[in-house]
Design a protein around this ligand. Structure first.
Ligand code: SER
Length: 614
């Protein structure tokens, strides 16, 4: 089975169960200041799990683009990926455990769908703790499913060895394994049940504990059904949500590989064309040696991830901050590994990106739309890095001593030679010495007000915690876009936004620096709209209707057929109309005074405004 087939079958199956199919949301979280990237299918859907109405209805299914940067350094083994696709079906207060489990079983085992032999399936359930009891209900439903295939599904006591008992099918596990979420410190969460596939039934009956069989890759997880009925509060309490939700996640790359009996997430058509290109460029074969395999996996993963991030309609280019820094790090790391396996061609990364765009733009059309942006940025970054790399490596040799690399030296390599700290660390490790990371961080803080570095890009608050401040700034962003279009012209479209409790950052297309007069004019328009205390209201409509009403479609591919449109002001005072997921304040008067703090270049043809509400 190919990745495209699995994706299509999954969505088709859930369509047949009354789900509307929604396109992937952006990889760049819109209103969540606490993370750099969308890390799971649930992430963009948190507001709907909390009770907001989704334009697609109460049952939706999707394939969501995800990036997890926590494991970048692990990429190269057989299972870590920076970019991956997550297939998911969602119930926002609609169906719950019974349907979720029955449909999981049907999709996995029915000949019409995946047709997996039920004998190869094992499931885990939540074993209970002080916050929530054992998930007895899920156990019962699983037993009914296994019974359909004539399998007596017994519960294996936690921690007990399986000892060859083929009837042990259900494994209750603690919260660390079978409780999912919240995505941040607070928000929707709940017990989950995970489905595992026996990769090597030929090895005879399983004897060890379930955990051990998992660690040894005898069984591998393919799907996770989460029953989100709780909200974790700031105080660490678990309250019942007003609705019971289902969030399921199936990692596409892994599932494809596992189902064809591979333990290697790279061993599928998701990567074959990419590897072919890298083989061509390097003159090496994927299986030549362990080092070559590792390098090719890193290159494939990193260029693919960078291509998807830059191809995300938000104009993220390599830079020294936030998402741009991750892109830079991915590209530069790939280039280094390319050197290692003998790629001598100049400006080669774009060749790999073209394959990615070719293979994936069917499912993710934004890659096709943004291919020029991707290629140009790869070229530019590779040129930049090429120039500094030679000089930087010489410098690195100079500063390298048996005592390691000092913080100041590492910072100089970063600042002057464009060496990401991670690369300095890797080079140091190759030479058997350490880098003073703390010293580097101190230097960095001194020199830059880096709001969030890539390594700090972990979950903290989560959208559920979105304060009033971010809501106000979000509404301000709509006023800002409308004002920019009035002052600068209709060519202005939003390229991205990032909101923290303190400030709004807004990227938009415009070819040149704004003059002081233009900035003042924009501020004035926004503040006038605030002073008029305009109402903000939300309507649901079809995408066609939204377009007909000239709603600004910031990211057209974001939702399915039905969209939410936020209008600010009415009649003569209609100020702004945008397709948007919300939330927003009810009246603009809540905003206070709008002030532009900075206007600067973001990337080619894209300007960036930082603004606050005072
Ligand atoms: N949120 C769960 C996960 O990421 C299920 O989608 O595994």
């Amino acid at each position: 089975m190919t990745a495209n087939e699995l994706r299509q079958k999954y969505l088709e199956f859930f369509k047949s169960k009354g789900h509307s199919i929604i396109p992937s949301d952006s990889l760049i979280p819109e209103n969540d200041p606490t993370v750099l990237f969308t890390t799971a299918g649930m992430h963009p859907l948190v507001p709907y799990l909390m009770g907001e109405k989704h334009p697609g209805g109460r049952r939706v299914a999707n394939a969501q683009k995800c990036v997890r940067t926590g494991d970048i350094d692990e990429v190269g083994d057989n299972r870590h990926l920076t970019f991956f696709e997550m297939l998911g079906n969602w119930s926002f207060g609609d169906y719950f455990k019974r349907e979720a489990i029955e449909w999981s079983w049907e999709f996995l085992t029915d000949k019409k769908w995946l047709g997996i032999d039920p004998k190869r399936l094992y499931v885990t359930v939540f074993k209970g703790n002080d916050d929530s009891p054992i998930d007895r209900f899920s156990i019962d439903i699983w037993q009914e499913q296994f019974a359909k295939a004539g399998i007596k599904a017994e519960i294996c006591p936690y921690g007990a060895p399986i000892n060859g008992n083929a009837d042990f099918r259900i494994f209750p596990l603690p919260a660390k394994d079978n409780w999912w979420g919240p995505a941040g410190e607070t928000g929707p969460c709940g017990p989950c049940t995970e489905m595992f596939y026996d990769v090597e039934p030929d090895r005879g009956p399983m004897r060890k504990t379930f955990d051990e069989e998992v660690d040894e890759f005898r069984v591998m997880e393919i799907w996770n059904d989460v029953f989100m009925e709780f909200n974790k509060t700031k105080e660490g309490k678990f309250e019942k949500l007003k609705q019971k939700n289902v969030d399921t996640g199936m990692g596409l790359e892994r599932t494809i590989a596992v189902l064809s009996g591979k333990k290697d997430a790279f061993d599928s058509d998701v990567f074959y064309n990419i590897f072919n290109k890298i083989e061509q460029l390097s003159g090496k074969k994927y299986n030549d040696s362990e080092n070559v395999t590792k390098a090719m996996r890193i290159i494939a993963d990193h260029i693919k991830a960078a291509t998807f991030i830059m191809g995300d309609d938000k104009g993220i280019a390599p830079s020294n901050t936030d998402q741009g820094y991750v892109v830079r790090r991915l590209i530069r790391r790939a280039i280094r590994y390319g050197k290692q396996i003998g790629i001598t061609e100049k400006l080669w990364t774009k060749e790999v990106a073209k394959i990615v765009a070719h293979d994936f733009s069917g499912a993710y059309p934004e890659l096709g739309r943004n291919i020029d942006f991707i290629i140009n940025n790869l070229k530019e970054e590779e040129e930049k890095f090429g120039k500094t790399l030679e000089r930087g490596l010489k410098e690195f040799e100079k500063v390298l001593s048996v005592d390691g690399v000092t913080g100041a030296e590492a910072f100089d390599l970063y600042q002057t030679y464009g060496f990401p700290i991670e690369m300095t660390k890797e080079l140091a490790a190759e030479n058997g010495v350490k880098v003073d990371e703390k010293g580097f961080e101190d230097e960095l803080k001194k020199h830059q007000e880096l709001s969030r570095t890539a390594s700090a890009g972990k979950f903290k608050g989560g959208l559920a915690d979105a304060s009033e401040e971010t809501k106000r700034l979000h509404t301000a962003a709509h006023l800002l876009l409308a004002s920019l279009r009035k002052v600068l012209g209709e060519h202005v479209i939003q390229k991205g936004s990032n909101i923290t409790a303190e400030r709004l950052r807004f990227d938009f297309s415009h070819p040149e620096k704004m003059t002081d007069e233009q900035k003042q004019e924009v501020e004035k328009l926004v503040n006038e709209a605030i002073e008029k205390n305009l109402p903000v209201y939300c309507e649901e409509m079809s995408l066609e209707e939204a377009k007909r009403q000239n709603a600004m479609g910031v990211f057209e591919s974001k939702y399915g057929e039905r969209v939410k449109v936020y209008t600010i002001g009415e009649g003569e005072n209609m100020f702004s109309k945008e397709i948007c997921g919300g939330p927003h304040v009810e009246k603009t008067g809540a905003l206070g005074k709008f002030k532009i703090k900075k206007e600067e270049s973001s990337s080619a043809g894209v300007r960036r405004i930082k603004a606050v509400l005072e």
